[in-house]
Design a protein around this ligand. Structure first.
Ligand code: GNR
Ligand code: NI
Length: 167
């Protein structure tokens, strides 16, 4: 297993739109293993391939308390979203130390391939719903700070650039 480097905002590569996976083969399985290891090491609840500079539609997640329920979503597609919206405090491994409110549908149904290449359907609410939508945004090249006002976003950008220079 390999720990991968997580891109940090405002890295322009975070705005790349990912391509659909054509076959869930050994190459994709290795990517999934490496992404899970990277996510657990970073103590995140989710990770999109975009964040490790691989532009394929692959997401890993684990929203369980004991961090022992990995979930893999390949070529995810939201097939239903509730009219009901919810505001959640979001953070992102690519924007360390920044948390802010984002409004999203409260409940979603998502269809995706699993590690065996089988189509699975998941209904999610709470953190799992937020995380699925947050990760799917990454695959579209979108980072959560883009939901915030331009003023906030620019302050965050400046702060991140200062932090990167200090590292
Ligand atoms: O670890 C993470 N926590 C989190 C908290 C609230 C809403 C979304 C997230 S996802 C984030 C990991 C990450 O950056 N995934 O892309
Ligand atoms: Ni994120």
């Amino acid at each position: 297993m390999t720990q991968l480097t997580i891109l940090r905002y405002p890295d322009p590569r975070l705005h790349t739109v990912a391509q659909a996976v054509t076959k869930v083969d050994a190459h994709v399985q290795t990517l999934v293993d490496d992404m899970l290891q990277t996510m657990y090491a970073a103590e995140g609840v989710g990770l999109a391939a975009t964040q490790v500079d691989v532009h394929q539609r692959v997401i890993v997640m684990d929203v369980s308390e004991d961090r022992n329920q990995p979930l893999v979503l390949i070529n995810p597609k939201i097939v239903w979203a509730s009219d009901e919206k919810k505001i959640n405090d979001e953070g992102c491994l690519s924007v360390p130390g920044i948390y802010d409110n984002v409004e999203r549908p409260a409940v979603v149904t998502v269809e995706a391939l699993d590690m065996d290449g089988n189509t699975q359907t998941y209904q999610a609410d709470g953190l799992k719903s937020v995380c699925i939508q947050h990760e799917m945004d990454h695959l579209m090249g979108k980072v959560f700070v883009e939901y915030l006002s331009p003023l906030k976003r620019n302050r965050i950008k400046t702060k991140m650039i200062k932090q990167l220079k200090a590292d």
